[in-house]
Structures are given as structure tokens and as C-alpha cells.
Design a protein. Structure first.
Lengths: 374, 111
């Protein structure tokens, strides 16, 4: 066994990964403040920072970092760097410069995706580029201070389309028929058109987007490799379970939208947004963590059944939260929300713990081997 | 795959590269068709490889793993990895016999 010295680029990647983690942690903190936790204390982050921090500070920085790591071009790092700096500006209360950096960061993210599309003009690159464009649109709208419910669909479009593109790319190994691939792209185009139309006619636009969302989830249930890999073991099985439950939340979010329309603030709004952002997006993050971490840090995360605990808590407490929202039970809603934060923290803590434990074991083994040789 | 000179056993290199597993697909990079060329001669080996897509963030991880595989072969004095984008990787490059996820993605080694 040899020990490889971390390169400068690894330090840059890990530093930016830490910035993304700060975006996540402070975004979660702002979410708790929104629910009344720590409100009024000096340490409280503005509750209004919850959405911008989660979408730009965390997801934007993380996804930008993944793409920059793939391209290994200096200019590509502008996306995660700018979005990372915007986190610090939000936390310092400089919202206008932060909003400008959100726009600049998402512009660079779009530039990366268009560069990739130019290299390989294929459907999955196009879908991911549309995801980056959705973030840019959301961030441009955010500059003009509209109510968040008027732009949040674009923010949601960013992780949704990015993940859809990634799944389409991976599922090439299942060799889905060309017609099925075209159908998936068509459904995404319909979702974008319907979301844009919702600025003109909210009920019709949102109903169209919801039907499209359900159909996209149905497509993923049918063609995603997760249906096969759920019979596998360890991370592969864990990932499949996370993917399929995430798709399940997408169907529920679509049905909920058809039933409730697009609510504007309040419990129904809370339920809908968190079905998408927690039920789907975080489930996808749990599913892909075993691949994201080594791609950025070069270290494999050892599998442990422990990780089923946070996954179960994530979905279980989201269910509780949605029930609290539906029946206007603030205490139940709060319980569910705290549980969601706990699930995410336990997952991250688990990743760190098992990575460190593995690193220490290897170091100890390495020292023992060195001593034996001496 | 080509080899210019037989000075280093190419089968040995391929065998070592079969230990490099793409964590996302649970298949080694040789059977996935990600290794385009192995050029060897005078103790030096150059491995030309690709990723399933240019946006794949696994490139650094795969490069590290390939380098570790090459460094484990005593006959290789010098090695180099080259990431190439031409031709575009397609699913048709995957070995027909491959069974996806037949074994779990690589574990972080405990020893």
C-alpha cells in the first residue's frame, strides 16, 4: 500500500466542498430559524436566507464544483467560487452583491454546460444545460425581489433537470429505445414551457408542469437502472432505494400540485416545496454521495448499514411534516422539519465518521508496514 | 487496444486495470471500454482512457486508480495516463459479456 500526497487541486476541491457544506449548514440553520428555532437571538441567520442558501450556496456550489472537477479548466471553477462567495455575502447581510454573484455563478454554470454540450451534443447535456438555465432565470428574477413563490419553480428546476440529465446519461447502459429518450426530453421541454406559462396563467401553467413532472417520474421508474440494482448490495442497493423513493416523492409532489394548485406561502406551500427539495433532491444526494465524494476527494466512502438510518429518518419525518402541513398542525410540522434536519446532519456526520475512520486505519496499517520493513 | 513493443507484458497491465472499478456502474474500466490504448516500450507505459461523458466528475478518481494499478507492476519504470475524448464513448463499446453490478462497487480497503 502506498500513500499518495494530496495534490493542490485536491485541496482546492476539498476547500470548495467545505464552502458548499457551509452553505448547507447555514441554509438548514436559516430553515430552523424560519420555524422559530433560535429566532430573536444574535446568532440567528435571516429566515429569508433559507432558500437562497440551499439552492445557490449549497446545490449551486456543489454541482458547479462537480462540473468544474470534470472539466479541469480554470474558468470553470468560477461557478463554484462565485456561488461560494455569495454564501459568505448572504451570511454577512450583503444581499444585493450576493444576488449579483448568484447570477454570475449560475451564468458560469450555464457556460460549463453549454461547453459540454458543444463537446458532445447529446440529450443529457442539453437537459443539464436547461437546469443551469433554470437557475439563472430564477436568480435574475430574485434580483427584482418578487415573492419567492413566483420564482421558486425555476430554482427547483435546477436540481430537477440536473438530476434528470445525470440519470439519462447513466441509464444509457439500459439502452432505452430512442423514442423513449425523445419522450423524456419532450416531457422536460413541456415542464419548462408550462413553468414559463405559469407566469401568465398560474393554474393552467402549474397543472401542465405537474402532469409533466408525474410523467417524468413514471419514465424514471420504468427506465432507471435502479429497478435492477435494488437487488444488488451495499452502496448500489442503498443508492437504488434512495432513487426509487425520491421518484416516489416526485409523483406525490405532482399529484399534490394538481390537487392544491401552486399554493402561495403557508403550510401547503411548505409541503409541496419540501416534497421536491427534501423528498426528491436530498434523496438523490443520499443516492449519489458514494460517487460524489470520491470524485471530489479521491476517497471512497466505506459502506455501512448505518446510512439506512438517516434515509429512513429523512423520508419518515418528511411524511410527518407533510401530515402536519395538510392538517394545519404546527407542532407536527415542526417535529417533521427538525427530523429532516437531523436526518441530513446524521447522514453527513456518518460520511465524515466513516471516511476518517477508514483514513486512520489505513495510516495505522501503513505505519505498521513501514516499521516491519525497517 | 494497441501495444508498440512487447517489453512489458500487456496482459498483466490489462489484468491490473480490470481492478479499476467505475463506482457508479460497478464494472471495471476495461470491460466498460473506457481504456482506448495501452502504449508500452522501454519500461514506460502510457494508458489512454476516457470517461462515459466529458461532464463525469470521476475522471480524477479513475486517473488515481489507473496510476495505482500501473505503479503496482514492478516492470513499469515510468507511466503516464492520458484522458482522451475521441472517439466519443458509447454503450456499444461495453464488452457484450458484461453483467452490470454483478459485484458491488469497490470497498474502501480496510488493509
Amino acid at each position: 500500500m502506498t500513500f499518495r500526497k494530496a495534490s493542490a487541486s485536491t485541496y482546492i476541491l476539498v476547500s470548495l466542498l467545505i464552502v458548499a457544506a457551509i452553505g448547507l449548514l447555514t441554509g438548514l440553520h436559516a430553515g430552523l430559524v424560519r420555524l422559530g428555532f433560535l429566532a430573536g437571538t444574535a446568532s440567528a441567520i435571516s429566515p429569508m436566507a433559507h432558500g437562497p442558501l440551499m439552492v445557490n450556496g449549497f446545490l449551486g456550489t456543489l454541482i458547479g464544483l462537480e462540473r468544474a472537477a470534470a472539466l479541469e479548466k480554470m474558468w470553470a471553477y468560477m461557478a463554484p467560487v462565485l456561488l461560494g462567495i455569495s454564501t459568505i455575502l448572504v451570511l454577512s447581510g450583503f444581499m444585493v452583491p450576493a444576488k449579483l454573484l448568484f447570477i454570475a455563478g449560475s451564468f458560469f454554470l450555464l457556460a460549463i454546460m453549454l461547453y459540454l454540450y458543444n463537446m458532445q451534443p447529446v440529450a443529457h447535456h442539453l437537459i443539464m444545460a436547461l437546469g443551469a438555465a433554470a437557475l439563472l432565470v430564477g436568480n435574475i428574477l430574485f434580483l427584482f425581489d418578487p415573492p419567492i413563490f413566483n420564482l421558486v419553480a425555476w430554482w427547483a428546476g435546477f436540481p430537477l433537470l440536473t438530476i434528470f440529465g445525470e440519470r439519462l446519461e447513466l441509464n444509457r447502459i439500459m439502452r432505452p429505445p430512442k423514442r423513449a429518450q425523445h419522450l423524456f426530453v419532450a416531457l422536460i421541454v413541456i415542464w419548462i414551457a408550462a413553468t414559463a406559462f405559469s407566469h401568465i396563467n398560474r393554474p393552467i401553467g402549474w397543472a401542465g408542469a405537474s402532469v409533466s413532472l408525474i410523467a417524468q417520474a413514471g419514465w424514471l421508474f420504468k427506465y432507471d437502472v435502479a429497478r435492477r440494482t435494488i437487488r444488488s448490495v451495499e452502496w448500489t442497493r442503498y443508492s437504488a432505494i434512495s432513487l426509487l423513493t425520491g421518484y416516489g416523492w416526485l409523483v406525490l409532489a405532482g399529484l399534490f400540485s394538481l390537487w392544491q394548485g401552486f399554493p402561495t406561502a403557508g403550510p401547503m406551500y411548505d409541503a409541496l416545496l419540501h416534497m421536491i427539495f427534501v423528498g426528491f433532491v436530498f434523496s438523490m444526494i443520499f443516492a449519489h454521495a458514494s460517487v460524489i465524494i470520491p470524485s471530489l476527494s479521491g476517497k471512497l466512502v466505506p459502506y455501512h448499514p448505518y446510512f439506512y438510518g438517516p434515509l429512513l429518518l429523512l423520508h419518515g419525518f418528511l411524511l410527518i411534516r407533510v401530515v402536519g402541513d395538510l392538517f394545519w398542525l404546527p407542532a407536527i410540522r415542526k417535529t417533521g422539519s427538525y427530523g429532516n434536519v437531523a436526518a441530513i446532519l446524521l447522514f453527513l456526520g456518518g460520511i465524515l465518521f466513516f471516511l476518517l475512520r477508514d483514513g486512520l486505519r489505513k495510516r495505522r496499517q501503513f505505519s505498521m508496514n513501514q516499521n516491519k520493513q525497517a | 487496444m494497441n501495444s508498440k513493443t512487447p517489453s512489458i507484458d500487456r496482459r498483466r497491465i490489462v489484468r491490473q486495470l480490470r481492478d479499476v472499478i467505475d463506482p457508479e456502474l460497478g464494472v471495471n474500466i476495461v470491460d466498460l471500454g473506457l481504456v482506448y490504448n495501452i502504449l508500452s516500450g522501454d519500461g514506460k507505459v502510457i494508458v489512454e482512457y476516457t470517461t462515459t461523458t466529458p461532464g463525469c466528475p470521476m475522471r480524477r478518481y479513475l486517473q488515481q486508480q489507473i496510476e495505482e494499478a500501473l505503479s503496482s507492476i514492478a516492470a513499469i519504470e515510468e507511466y503516464e495516463t492520458k484522458l482522451v475524448w475521441e472517439p466519443d464513448w458509447t454503450v456499444d463499446m461495453i464488452d457484450r459479456e458484461v453483467e452490470f453490478f454483478a459485484h458491488p462497487p469497490p470497498r474502501a480497503q480496510m488493509s
